[in-house]
Design a protein around this ligand. Structure first.
Ligand code: PLP
Length: 266
């Protein structure tokens, strides 16, 4: 028995957006709840250019949005939007001194038991930066991610793992002896994952540039979990040169570790 379908608009690891229109239609056909986790991608709604990536989100019964991600407010501002305002009553917390059954206290429907004032930050953001400003921030992130993806694709040492859909992109460094192959074996993918981990750790310790890393299950890579670099471009002050410098930094570190690579793969 299926009671709900969950779609993600911008996954944490890769920024991928599920086919929301199709999922929404399936949910409607079977009269089941449709939830969209738009923690990352929800802010696309503010961009005239990229709003279409969220096509189908109007089918959602509930939507998660994390303004502390793409709406640039401090950590801890997450919301769940309900299409039917009465649905909020599905879960509540009561006590004898506040939020009593039948009271009008909205706190009974929040995790905190009150309405946190931190939401003023979101209100201020929307008023000060405005829809147009947020749209520009979101668009800037996506365009820079695409620029970085192009640079990665042009360089033989790097392998892009899918074109970025939003401002999150994944790629990996491939040691010299494993380049120019259309696919890699399980063992080769493990070697590449080790090298990626090593480069990312050293890059963090050097402190000059930083990208995060993660593991993804990839059908293209022997259905294995592979370790990839994960870049999230959010700072509007990041320049194209910063992105090139980040890759140059990784190449420098890779050159230092290449001796180790030979040893790992033998
Ligand atoms: C897709 C997605 N959903 C939900 C969350 C949860 O957000 P938080 O716990 O930061 O409110 C995250 C956090 O990274 C996320 O990436």
């Amino acid at each position: 028995l299926a009671i709900a379908i969950f779609g993600t608009a911008g996954t944490t690891e890769t920024g991928t957006i599920d086919p929301l229109e199709e999922m929404g239609r399936i949910a409607a056909r079977h009269r089941i709840h449709f939830h969209v986790d738009a923690a990352w991608g929800g802010a696309l709604i503010f961009s005239d250019k990229y709003r279409r990536l969220l096509d189908g989100i109007h089918h959602a019964d509930t939507i998660t949005l994390c303004p502390h991600k793409q709406l640039y407010v401090p950590q801890g501002i997450s919301l769940c939007l309900f299409k039917d305002s009465q649905s909020v009553h599905a879960s509540s917390v009561h006590s004898s001194y506040q939020g009593r059954h039948g009271s009008f206290d909205f706190g009974q429907y929040t995790l905190e038991g009150s309405r946190p004032a931190i939401f003023l930050c979101l209100h201020a953001m929307l008023c000060i930066v405005s829809k147009r400003g947020i749209g520009a921030l979101v668009e800037g992130g996506i365009e820079k991610a695409r620029f970085m993806a192009d640079v990665i694709e042009e360089h033989p040492a790097f392998q892009l793992i899918g074109a970025p859909e939003i401002n999150i992109l994944n790629y990996r460094y491939v040691p010299r002896h494993l380049r120019h192959k259309s696919s890699h074996s399980l063992e080769e993918n493990r070697v590449i994952s080790e090298v990626v981990t090593r480069i990312q750790e050293r890059q963090f310790l050097r402190g000059k540039t930083f990208v995060s890393r993660t593991e993804i299950l990839s059908a293209r890579h022997c259905d294995e979990r592979i370790t990839v670099f994960r870049v999230v471009i959010a700072n509007p002050l990041t320049t194209h040169q910063d992105l090139r410098d980040t890759l140059a930094d990784q190449l420098e570190i890779a050159a230092e570790t290449e001796t180790h690579v030979e040893r790992v793969s033998s």
